[in-house]
Design a protein around this ligand. Structure first.
Ligand SMILES: [Zn+2]
Length: 79
């Protein structure tokens, strides 16, 4: 079960897992065992809606240019 603190309010109308239909997000919103509710936002052929798909991927890595800029700033502060 995902940590609630890490789950922004993405699900608009979560429903019991067993009532989820094809084309609805499978992300477990809350509950345990038989009381689990799924997100159920529209997701087409995907397993998860765009919001939960992005949540699973996590933050994006900084670009090389951003990394070099941060490194230069760190070295500048350290000297
Ligand atoms: Zn979702």
């Amino acid at each position: 079960m995902p940590d609630r603190a890490l789950c922004p309010r993405i699900a608009r109308a979560p429903r019991p897992w067993l009532t989820r239909e094809a084309g609805e997000c499978a992300w477990p919103h809350d509950g345990d065992g038989a009381t689990v509710r799924a997100c159920c936002n529209p997701c087409g052929a995907a397993a998860y809606c765009p919001g939960h798909k992005a949540l699973m991927r996590g933050p994006t890595a900084p670009s090389l240019a951003e990394t070099l800029r941060d490194l230069a700033r760190f070295v500048g502060e350290a000297t």
